[in-house]
Design a protein around this ligand. Structure first.
Ligand SMILES: CC(C)(COP(=O)(O)OP(=O)(O)OC[C@H]1O[C@@H](n2cnc3c(N)ncnc32)[C@H](O)[C@@H]1OP(=O)(O)O)[C@@H](O)C(=O)NCCC(=O)NCCS
Length: 169
């Protein structure tokens, strides 16, 4: 399969925070942000693979900053590495200052999607070639994150997690 670049899957979702999507402190619900990120990530995975895709795992979420009612929230999702049938999607979440229009990074997350056929069986996806320095660094660390996710899910024996073991040697 012809390799693709992260830019090919870039997905940008911009939306407002409405009152029904907030907690008692008038900030965006974590679950609402997770759902928005899932949507953006699924579109990115679909753009990379051009297949049906399903969420396999949410590997990492950092709610570093609260997102107030009325904020304009932009989620950028890109495939950061493709394996055989699975793809790691990196998400950056930005909020926009109303007056200046300046964007501030609010949160980030990493999801794993798997491409499947019509009966739900995993199918191969194109490889990914990172281009920018940030894309290369995310690509390089993705195998470690995949192994950690598989170990935590009980799908990989920790003894086989070579990338994780290398961290501690
Ligand atoms: C995701 C799913 C297709 C994986 O099926 P499976 O039987 O585990 O298939 P495999 O073991 O062949 O794994 C397929 C790929 O998923 C990866 N994978 C599976 N579980 C994973 C996890 N927890 N974290 C990271 N990767 C995972 C495997 O490493 C493999 O990747 P590769 O082909 O790139 O090497 C299957 O579990 C599924 O359909 N889950 C439900 C998905 C869904 O409905 N999501 C929405 C939830 S509401």
């Amino acid at each position: 399969m012809t390799p693709k670049h992260p830019i090919d899957s870039l997905t940008t979702l911009t939306d407002l925070v409405l009152p029904s999507e907030t907690n008692p402190l008038n900030n965006l619900f974590g679950g609402e942000l997770l759902a928005r990120m899932d949507r953006a990530a699924s579109i990115a995975a679909r753009r990379h693979s051009r297949r049906i895709v399903v969420t396999a795992s949410v590997n990492h979420v950092a709610f570093n900053r609260s997102i107030p009612l009325g904020s304009v929230v932009t989620i950028e999702a890109k495939v950061s590495r493709a394996f055989t049938s699975s793809m790691e999607i990196f998400l950056d979440v930005w909020i926009e200052d109303r007056e200046s229009g300046n964007k501030t990074k609010a949160n980030e997350a990493i999801y794993t999607f798997v491409a499947v056929d019509e009966t739900g069986n995993p199918v191969a996806v194109p490889p990914l070639e990172p281009q920018t320095e940030e894309e290369k660094s995310r690509f390089d660390a993705a195998l470690r994150r995949k192994q950690l996710s598989l170990v935590l899910a009980g799908k990989m024996n920790p003894h086989d997690a070579t990338e994780l073991k290398a961290l501690f040697l």
